[in-house]
Ligand binder design. Structure first.
Ligand code: PMP
Length: 307
């Protein structure tokens, strides 16, 4: 993975090679970490990079640190500065995926709560083919982890053993991604994205009790769909067989952005091509995140003019 050469470790800028933790740290031994994936969008016209919904990502990270009962919960200003200074240190002027991990450091037993570290890095990301062309996906044979097992609302490192198993299964079987169901067999989400479908002009997405991550992109899409396209949006329990009947479907996340879903389990969704409402939602999403629309300016944190 071509991570940019400078990273931030515990608030200090360090070269990639020196951004290390001990092999017996709590995050390595027990998966005691919580992470975020964010995006920075380069707006060439304004000569500015915007980090999308930084505040919400940092709030979710802080929430995760509390749920993992870390004895240090970094404040927002420290985490924001760690991230932004790392972007500046790399002089990044292109679209990037930004990664932050708050992790259990030290070398202690299972119930240790500190010391806690923070790492930030960036990976340049050119536009993705999946956004333009769409993806063919499969239903997972692995159930999405339940709220009484591990916390789906937290981006806990350990949760992703579940997502990874599902993702690997779908890749082995020749698909481009996976739709996970809850233990009760209801639609939950992808391995790194939230699911939406359109039926009869209404946008449907699993509710927050469907063992999903409370995704920031999901919230963005719901707001934009209502405001910009006047769509009705229903957050509810969705059955697997309803998806086969959808007119359009897509999934979205900070990393995935908005990707049309062309088929599920080799059954075409609608016409099997990216649908018109999906395209319209993509257009409004990219106009917002890239700072081409003047609405929701408070969602955008400028990297350079804020320095
Ligand atoms: N679900 C899962 C399991 C994820 O890992 C992600 C990526 N963070 C998402 C959904 C999308 O979340 P967000 O829009 O906040 O990036």
């Amino acid at each position: 993975m071509p991570t940019s050469p400078m990273m931030s470790l515990n608030g200090k800028i360090v070269p990639y090679d020196q951004c290390t933790v001990h092999a017996f740290s709590g995050v390595v031994k027990y998966g005691a970490g919580v992470f975020e994936g964010l995006r920075g969008y380069w707006n060439a016209e304004r000569g500015e990079m915007y980090v999308f919904r930084l505040h919400e990502h940092l709030e979710r990270l802080r929430y995760g640190m509390r749920v993992l009962r870390f004895d240090t919960v970094f404040d927002e200003a420290f985490m924001a500065e760690s991230l932004l200074s790392m972007i500046r240190a790399n002089d990044l002027r292109e679209n990037v995926h930004l990664r932050m991990i708050a992790f259990l450091d030290g070398d202690d037993e299972l119930a240790a709560t500190g010391p806690v570290g923070l790492v930030c890095g960036a990976v340049p990301r050119p536009p993705s083919k999946a956004v333009t062309d769409g993806v063919h996906i499969a239903t997972s044979t692995y159930a999405r982890l339940g709220d009484n097992m591990l916390p789906p609302r937290v981006k806990a490192t350990a949760n992703y053993v579940n997502n990874r198993a599902a993702e690997m299964e779908s890749r082995r079987n020749g698909y481009q991604g996976v739709l996970m169901l809850t233990e009760r067999g209801k639609v939950s989400e992808g391995s790194g994205a939230c699911f939406f479908m359109i039926r009869n002009g209404v946008l449907h997405t699993p509710d927050t009790s469907s063992d999903i991550l409370e995704s920031i992109t999901r919230d963005t899409m719901i707001q934009l769909a209502r405001e910009k396209l006047g769509l009705q949006v229903l957050e509810r329990t969705i059955d697997r067989h309803e998806v086969y009947a959808a007119d359009e479907a897509f999934w979205c996340g900070s990393g995935y952005e908005v990707q049309p879903i062309l088929s599920l389990d080799r059954l075409a969704i609608g016409t099997g091509t990216p649908g018109p409402l999906t395209r319209a939602l993509q257009d409004t999403y990219f106009a917002t995140v890239e700072g081409r629309s003047n609405d929701h300016a408070n969602w955008l944190t400028p990297v350079w003019s804020g320095a």
